[in-house]
Design a protein around this ligand. Structure first.
Ligand code: G3H
Length: 195
């Protein structure tokens, strides 16, 4: 069995400000996580010469991967965060105040709700299909550094969780979820590298 390591990017400056979307850099805590992650990955995958690191095309995942040495890095647009369309860059408070109908419809059906000029969770799940096919095809370990909404969808696929749960799954920051696929099914371990 070979592991798939899933992690969100280190805390971003927009995370600190409570803003969704965007393309911000890492906070100090996020930078610290990138170093701890590099340490962990280099030890955990030391003997795995064919392993690779997959990121999205957004700065916060690329910067989180940057201290990791010794493995090829691949950027996937399909790993980018859910596109919040007209709400990109807003806080949830601002959405609630300025676009109350949007806020309410998302609350009612978070899986199907599509941001105006953006995406729904169902859209994200669909665009992840080529990533999942490629992950299944890989024989070597893969480290996936992506975003909360995307990782909810990827995680649910491997952990076999129902569609309706996907938008509500906790994927904490600064934590690695290791998935092992063996003959007896899927095993999961979590490594919390910092608070
Ligand atoms: O920036 C977007 C978040 O990572 C996704 O969170 O779908 O719970 O609003 P949400």
């Amino acid at each position: 069995p070979r592991p798939i390591l899933l992690t969100r990017h280190g805390e971003s400056r927009d995370n600190v400000r409570g803003r969704i979307g965007g393309d911000s850099f890492l906070s100090e805590a996020g930078e610290l996580y990138s170093k701890k992650l590099a340490n962990f990955v280099e030890k955990r995958l030391k003997a795995e010469r064919a392993a690779s690191i997959w990121t999205s095309t957004l700065q916060r995942t690329i910067l989180t991967a940057s201290p990791i040495a010794g493995f090829p890095k691949i950027q996937w647009r399909a790993l980018d965060e859910i596109n919040a369309g007209v709400c990109d860059g807003m806080t949830y408070e601002e959405i609630k105040k300025n676009m109350p109908e949007e806020y309410e419809s998302r609350k009612k059906d978070k899986l199907r709700y599509r941001y105006p000029r953006g995406e729904s969770y169902l859209d994200v799940i669909q665009r992840l299909e080529p990533v999942i096919i490629e992950l299944e095809r890989q024989r070597a370990p893969v480290v996936v550094i992506s975003h909360q909404a995307v990782l909810r969808a990827l995680y649910s696929y491997f952990a076999d969780r129902p569609l309706k749960e996907i938008p509500h799954i906790e994927v904490p920051l600064h934590t690695i979820i290791e998935i092992q696929m063996g003959v007896t099914g899927v095993q999961e371990k979590r490594y919390k590298l910092m608070d």
